[in-house]
Design a protein around this ligand. Structure first.
Ligand SMILES: [Cu+2]
Length: 144
């Protein structure tokens, strides 16, 4: 009598002998865990940017306050001729709104969106970590 252990054969046999080393069953998925450092390749750009904040040529953020919906990111544009390090309040711990810290250092001319979304309804203040007392480089994101 022939044994029914050929892979891809009779479906019932395949199910019965799935543990017999046929492999390939139920191996899909497994890619939905959160990458703690944010997307690096695939998956980037899937978050909608709810607002854009520009550091102007005059070194002043504009607008200083924006409102976004939960689940959105924020885009920062550095049009100033110097680098800035966008970080969450409070300085120096940066603990209020972790997505803001994914901006980090922006060189002159660089545009960057937060790589994670704002998921908590709250007001997120930010500052330039290299110049934390400069009110021209401070602002807030209202997450609703
Ligand atoms: Cu800081």
């Amino acid at each position: 009598m022939k044994r029914w252990v050929r892979c891809g054969g009779f479906l019932a046999a395949a199910a019965l002998f799935a543990l017999n080393g046929c492999g390939g069953y139920g191996g899909g998925g497994g890619s939905d865990y959160q990458n703690p450092t944010g997307p690096t390749g695939g998956g980037g750009g899937s978050i909608t940017s709810g607002a854009t904040i520009t550091i102007g040529a005059n070194g002043v953020v504009s607008p200083a306050s924006v409102t976004i919906d939960r689940g959105q990111s924020v885009t920062f544009v550095n049009s100033h001729n110097a680098a800035h390090d966008v970080s969450s309040n409070p300085h120096p711990d940066h603990t209020d709104c972790p997505p803001l810290n994914t901006i980090g250092r922006l060189v002159a001319g660089q545009t960057k969106a937060t790589s994670s979304a704002f998921t908590t309804a709250r007001t997120c203040g930010f500052h330039d970590h290299d110049d934390p007392d400069n009110r021209n480089l401070q602002g807030s994101i209202v997450v609703r």
